[in-house]
Design a protein around this ligand. Sequence first.
Ligand code: ADQ
Length: 518
Amino acid sequence: MRLVVVSNRVTIPDRHEKATAGGLAVALREALERHGGLWFGWSGVVGAARQLRETQRGNVTYAVTDLSEAERESYYLGFSNRALWPIMHYRLGLTEFQRSDYMGYLGVNRRFARELAGMIRPDDVIWIHDYHLIPLAAELRRRGVTNRIGYFHHIPWPSADTLTALPFSATLVRTLAAYDLIGMQTQLDTRNLIDCLMTLCGAKSDGRRVRLGARETVVQPFPIGIDVEAFRRLAAASARQAATPLRATRESLGERKLVIGVDRLDYSKGIVQRLEAFGQFLRSHPEERGRVGLLQIAPPSRSDVPEYAELDRMSDEVAGRLNAQLGEFDWTPIRVVKKAYSRTALAGLYRRAQVGLVTPMRDGMNLVAKEYIAAQNPVDPGVLVLSRFAGAAQQLGEALIVNPYDTHEVAEAIRTALAMPKSERIRRFEALYHVIETSGIHWWTRRYLEALTDAPAAAEDAEPPRKAGAKAEQPARRAGARNRPAVPERGEAKGAAAGAGRKRVSTPAETSHLTLVR
Ligand code: ADQ
């Protein structure tokens, strides 16, 4: 079989780029190299020339196309980011619908299907990523593509009641029946999507298989993970190196404790609410003033969408107000930094922070929560404070779980985390680390592809690992011939990624998931 990956954005690796590890883009690249493959999508360029450009790297072909200005406006900024993104994050008030945007969205999906269909071979397995490309399989089917096609939805899926506020939602949801396998982040997203297919489109389902007309689609959760081992090594190395951000931070903070937030500047991430909660914490616990600071790293994204520009302004305003109210001449409570950092720098900063504050108002998974855990020093780990509305909370029950709408609760969780005894920090860390280690990015890629190529037997036991704190997983055996554990043993992911005799990449990535689909 050959693997075909389709995502909104495609980054072509530099010819001399060192092999990298540690993110979704890299895991997909590895899967493509393992099977031989094609990666198709938008180049990220907006221009008049829209011909397909192909670049070969080893046994992987990268085929990219530009968008016209009108396509970027309607398909990307309009329908994807001003309509689908907010409604999928339960933010009806921010959802803006324009028929012309929807037409542009369908138009780009149609054009992508037209360009891609000509490149599909009979033995290809096609894996499509995220909400920009929901109708792509239906468009490929219309052009006679009969290959197995899978879809992974990286963001939340709301209830049918919420989604119906979006005009044409039933038509859009119906196009999902063109897929053979739909992967979601959590059980809740899975239930919501199946409910949408049933109530909006009249599909029948047993809770996993969905039948609509002549087609049967499997819908199930595949919680995404990170390359834990690569991230752990990065963080440990960062602690040893001389000129690292970790060392610089140590010098600038002295003995002060550090609370860290790392997010794209996006309203779903709850950044403004988090700053307010930190202010509340300092007001409620004045003895902590001068002893701890919040570092919020938040590079702007989608600045052409007005809500994002407004969020940029508001985060500056709130941080400025709180610093003015609570700061001292020798202590600034909140620092907001709006830059993208390398993986090495992030890993070092996570490790330096006593508290990881991950409080999205709604999030598909949230990889930052997992990166924070992976980066901790096992003998003196920090504490993760995690929103119950991040998909990650379904797995990471040993974090301090909070409701980000409750400023007081978040403030008190910060206090609890800072005061937590070392023995309890270690116990929680070990439980959390076990979960992220046994459901890392290579596990995820392999399980998804097994389910897509080998369904239904493989699909049936692709259960996500349980919440931390639950008993360690029994290595569930597949009902089929291969008899491989559903959850990798320690180190197995490494071996699996290496593939049959392939050289395993080893240097941690400097690029992140940010470059893939957002
Ligand atoms: P995102 O919304 O982008 O992803 P997240 O899962 O947290 O959210 O991933 C962000 C990634 O970007 C992390 O790897 C993080 O380290 C990196 N990043 C953030 N700020 C950075 C900075 N300043 N410098 C460098 N890197 C930075 C979407 C969904 C999520 C889902 C993922 C994967 O919204 O819910 O978890 O896809 O499926």
